[in-house]
Design a protein around this ligand. Structure first.
Ligand SMILES: [Zn+2]
Length: 362
């Protein structure tokens, strides 16, 4: 398979940035993996998951309490994805490979395959960010247009409204359809997926069965099956919404870039790190509660440049990044708040739905 490559011959910017970041860890005698704060966070989120599950399944509650518990479960599951699974899958949680491997399986525990995610996210999305026909995150469905190079249909005029309903379907579609589709087609966009080993397939299907049992079968012994199903759907609609919004804000915003490789050579005429800065934005970096809840994904630039650094360290790296960008005259994108990033995302959906009015030059 021919792959997209970058022009990294004179990657002085990234070399210097990497040096400064590694100096920061060395001088302060800090490991780039999980610190105590992160371990406490892991325990809080893990215990919340178990506690909410027990409360939902083994106790009877009035409807409004059940809904609140479902909501809490949805945010907890999203929190596991943002904070624990994401770091572990990038091997930034621990120096010990087995710790990362075990914690990364928390994604399987929610129903989605981490083996497939590692290729889709770590390799494809992190390397080919915002490159049409390569980055699976901007290639959703014909119903939604996330890049100017994608085909336009009249329905896209309203995508800035209905996109959020589609976002809500993310985890349901992911768990019950997209994983199987990836297995059957062996491709995400132009990228050919490596074949999963027998062990990986056994784990994938084993966990899918386990999730079916603990999320639907066991609760049905204690509650009517239709109530269980409604709760399951409600929880997943919230998870899908939260995960999609957080991930989309960082790449699909007004004035982001969608660089295209040379069609003959598949080469991008830019250094990889600068490509990441052109296609990625931070948001609300001063909001500590937001950073805590979404696993530092508001520091998406730091995450894309240093995926092997645990997210609790991103606020400190942010200062080094800004200074280096200024020195090397590289544009750094940041929205002051979650709200302003959301506005820029909606605006981009609106622009991409009206190509006759807005011609985006990349
Ligand atoms: Zn990542």
């Amino acid at each position: 398979m021919k792959k997209v490559t970058f022009d990294n011959k004179n990657a002085r910017f990234y070399q210097e940035l990497k040096k400064r970041v590694s100096d920061y860890f060395a001088q302060n005698n800090i490991k780039p993996t999980a610190n105590t704060e992160m371990k406490v966070k892991t325990a809080i989120i893990g215990l919340s998951f178990v506690g909410i599950y027990v409360a939902l399944v083994f106790f009877q509650w009035p409807i409004y309490i059940t809904l609140l518990l479902c909501l809490a479960m949805a945010f907890t599951v999203a929190g596991i994805g943002f904070n624990i699974m994401h770091d572990a899958a990038h091997r930034s949680y621990s120096k010990k490979g087995w710790v990362n491997a075990v914690l990364a399986h928390s994604l399987d525990l929610i129903g989605a395959s981490v083996a497939l995610w590692k290729t889709k996210h770590n390799v494809i999305h992190h390397t080919y960010t915002n490159i049409p026909e390569w980055d699976g995150d901007i290639a959703q469905d014909d119903l939604i247009r996330l890049a100017p190079q994608q085909p336009y249909y009249k329905i896209h005029r309203y995508q800035y409204i209905y996109a959020f309903f589609l976002y809500s379907l993310l985890s349901i579609v992911w768990i019950h359809y997209a994983d199987y589709r990836k297995l059957l087609t062996g491709k995400i966009e132009n990228y050919e997926l490596p074949k999963l080993s027998r062990k990986d397939l056994f784990i994938l299907f084993g966990f899918k069965l386990f999730v079916f049992i603990y999320a639907l079968v066991i609760p049905s012994f204690f509650h009517p099956w239709w109530g269980v199903l409604l709760c399951y759907l409600f929880i997943h609609l919230v998870i899908g919404f939260v995960i999609s919004v957080v991930f989309q804000l960082a790449h699909v915003y007004e004035n982001t870039e969608y660089p295209e490789p040379n069609p003959e050579t598949l080469k991008i005429d830019n250094e990889w790190a600068k490509h990441q800065l052109a296609t990625t934005a931070n948001f609300g970096v001063k909001n500590r509660i937001l950073s805590w809840c979404i696993g530092g994904l508001n520091f998406q630039v730091e995450h894309h440049l240093f995926p092997n650094v645990c997210h609790v360290h991103y606020p400190k790296i942010n200062k080094i990044l800004r200074e280096t960008c200024e020195e090397f005259k590289v544009k750094y994108n940041e929205f002051p708040s979650f709200r302003s990033a959301l506005r820029a995302h909606v605006r981009q959906l609106y622009i991409l739905g009206r190509p006759e009015k807005f011609v985006q030059v990349q």
